[in-house]
Design a protein around this ligand. Structure first.
Ligand code: CAA
Length: 390
């Protein structure tokens, strides 16, 4: 039975800052950010948005088109959840007005959470072929103003419906994965700012990729020549390229040229949005599918997922006939183009205006432009959400 991604939706905030401006404010050569790191713009969420509102907005792109009574599982993959106990998935279930007869939970393993959710969904559909699963990968990447990781911040969500006989891409049963307890990136519970050992994290990302890619080749007998494209978790767009380049020398010149061209297309959205942690690999997938005419049904795509801490997984997907009919390239580009650009002081003010780590009531800016859902604030330590049109 074929199982995989039947629908995919994207949401990212309506505000961004240009990284050339951030570079100027930090006395850094802008080419370090734009060429060296590979990021041009960075999505900036107002405090009226969090992983719940963004995740619900991403799913809202297709929820009206699907039979929601078939959803048996709703998983939120996030590492920037809104509560240490209750999952954001149950709030998303309510905001999307989904039926109660489903399992809802949140998965955490750094940027691997989206893939963990997708694999749980794949297993669920294999056991219940008549049912579907909604997987949402949503995050706000925050390292702090003027921190080493600032250039790799971002915000957004990708939602995916997993079903039998998927219309976009199968998730093949060929996964190779490894887990190892390391401290390359983490976030203590008292803060919303992530900590990273920058250089070490990039080395570990590459090492995990090399390990799973070598095992994948052994297990399947496939080589790079079997792939029309390879998608990577993109904490910043240079990162996946660093990993890909370690594998390329084994391929022919034509295969190298093809994979590099597709890689470039897979980074177009990330370059403008930044790191969305759990959703980054799936943002790369969406960017590739919506920005190339070089792919066709039957093509095999490689997928490398990395979540610090750390888990690495490589698997493949096969594009399905008619998959382009389910995409929304023009809408996504129009939404990115329509965003409001912030000056650096405006970005810094938006960054600092956040739901506090305290028991106080808090109100978000009612004028902040948001997607289909809004966090109004916190009253008596409970988050207050609503649909924008209600
Ligand atoms: N023009 C062009 N390029 C320039 C330049 C200039 N003027 N100045 C510097 N560069 C290049 C450097 O040569 C370097 O290129 P290479 O990586 O190809 O060598 C690149 O710009 C970056 O320069 P540095 O290594 O000096 O950058 P940095 O010390 O500021 O650190 C970072 C970069 C490690 C990514 C840092 O931003 C960081 O810590 N980010 C957060 C952690 C992270 O994203 N880690 C990725 C792996 S972990 C993961 O994937 C999970 C996750 O999502 C967090």
């Amino acid at each position: 039975m074929k199982i995989g991604i039947d629908r995919i939706g994207l949401y990212s905030p309506h505000y961004y800052v240009a990284l050339a401006d951030v570079a100027a404010a930090r006395n850094v050569d802008p080419n370090k950010y734009i060429i060296g790191i590979g990021q041009t713009e960075q999505a900036v969420p107002p405090s009226a948005e969090d992983v719940v509102t963004m995740g619900a907005s991403a799913a809202n792109e297709f929820i009206g088109d699907i039979d929601t009574s078939k959803i048996g599982l709703l998983v939120l993959g996030t590492e920037t959840g809104i509560d240490a106990s209750k999952s954001g998935a149950v709030v998303i279930q309510r905001l999307l007005q989904l039926p109660m007869g489903m399992r809802t939970f949140e998965i955490k393993q750094a940027c691997y959470g989206g893939t963990a959710g997708l694999m749980a969904a794949r297993d669920y559909v294999a056991a219940h072929p008549d049912k579907t699963a909604l997987v949402i990968a949503a995050d706000i990447a925050r390292y702090g103003l003027a921190s080493g990781g600032e250039v790799t911040q971002g915000a957004g969500a990708v939602a995916m419906l997993v079903s039998a006989n998927p219309r976009i891409m199968t998730i093949e049963d060929d996964s190779v994965f490894i887990s190892k307890d390391i401290s390359d990136f983490w976030r203590p519970v008292y803060t919303d700012l992530a900590l990273a050992k920058g250089k070490y994290s990039t080395e570990q990302y590459i090492e995990f990729f090399q390990t799973v890619w070598a095992r994948y080749q052994q297990d399947t007998g496939r080589t790079l020549a079997d792939f029309a494209a390879a998608n990577f978790h993109l904490p910043y767009t240079k990162m996946g390229m660093k990993a890909l380049k370690t594998a390329l020398p084994a391929a022919s010149a034509a295969v190298q040229e093809r994979l590099l061209a597709r890689y470039h297309e897979s980074t177009i959205y990330s370059r403008r949005i930044g790191n969305i942690y759990t959703g980054s690999l799936y943002l790369a997938l969406l960017s590739l599918l919506e920005n190339t005419s070089a792919l066709k049904a039957g093509d095999r795509l490689g997928m490398f997922s990395y979540g610090s801490g750390a888990v690495g997984e490589f698997y493949s997907g096969v594009l399905q006939p008619g998959y382009t009919d389910l995409l929304a390239a023009a809408k996504h580009v129009q939404e990115l183009d329509a965003r409001t650009e912030l000056t650096v002081p405006e970005y810094e003010a938006m960054f600092n205006n956040k739901v506090p780590y305290a028991a106080d009531d808090y109100a978000t800016d009612p004028k902040a432009v948001v997607g289909a859902f809004r966090l109004e604030g916190v009253v008596k330590q409970e988050r207050q959400y609503r649909r924008n049109d209600k």
